[in-house]
Design a binder for this molecule. Sequence first.
Ligand code: SF4
Length: 341
Amino acid sequence: MTHADDHPDKLRADLKKWVRQNEDLGSGWFLDEGKPEEISEPNTESTVGEIPEAVVARVEKARKPLAPEAKVTASNVAKESKPTTKPTTKPTTKPAPKPAPEITNPEFKQECERFVAQALATIAKQSPQVSAVAEFDQKNSDNPKETLLALRDEALSCQKCGLAKSRTQVVFGSGDAQARVLFIGEAPGREEDLQGEPFVGASGQLLTKIIEAIGFDRRHIYIANILKCRPPQNRDPLLDEIEACSTFLKQQLSIIQPKIICCLGKVAAQTLLGSDLSLGRLREGIHFYEGIPVMATYHPAALLRNPAWKKDTWQDVQRLRALHDSLDDVVTNRSNAKGGS
Ligand code: SF4
């Protein structure tokens, strides 16, 4: 006998309802504690207002050394102190990011525009910095993927700190060797230690949802940790471990040269920025690491423990996406204007 819930019509109706719910919730469904009011259909319009002239000037200055066919983007704002022969074009096999989710809450939209405008102004004021890893041997610098693989091979046999004895595997990092956005966590957890990949446990799945909610997927970004080996019982990293391991992260950043770094959690943010400010304070503004803009938000593991923080995280990553897009808009708009005149 067929149970009423198993009837084909009922199953079809349930399936239609499920599909509709997924469409309604859109890209923000990682916020399963409640539908965020900001989420609706994607929009390709920029949320950025006035672009400071100084930003444009810096970007245009940075474009000069690039090959003529190379795509010029404002990521060079963060890169102008780092001469490189690395091509700036992206592999064609990777799909373009989806449009940013539209921000329909007028108050948050205004706040987001203000944040981006202030961030651009702060970026404009940044004096060019010489990378502390400029001496890194980048004989493969025209092939960041190969260079990263070579560095990974070096890390896999690293014995520079005591964690080498307790780890199962070194968790070097994963993602696009030319990623524009680079997420940094604290250290591998149990699952990561077993699999040798960053953010693969429950918090990794949540991070994937967060990344997808802002129109990217894990092929567009790079994920690394401050420490490449798991501290026993997931304790906080020790100072000597951070010092021993920092070379790998510095070299990863030097090779990838992301446009924006997003620190996940207090430990990652404080360590990268050398700051003792609270995560709440660090989340408020834009910071810099070797000239690269840095933002901070909650670690996905903290969100699993405190789902109420998901809404703040959602706003943080929407700001990140808006800043990411605005850095492109700066030069694209100016180039179009010049091309048309
Ligand atoms: S944590 Fe870093 S420095 Fe320590 S052994 Fe692992 S790779 Fe080497």
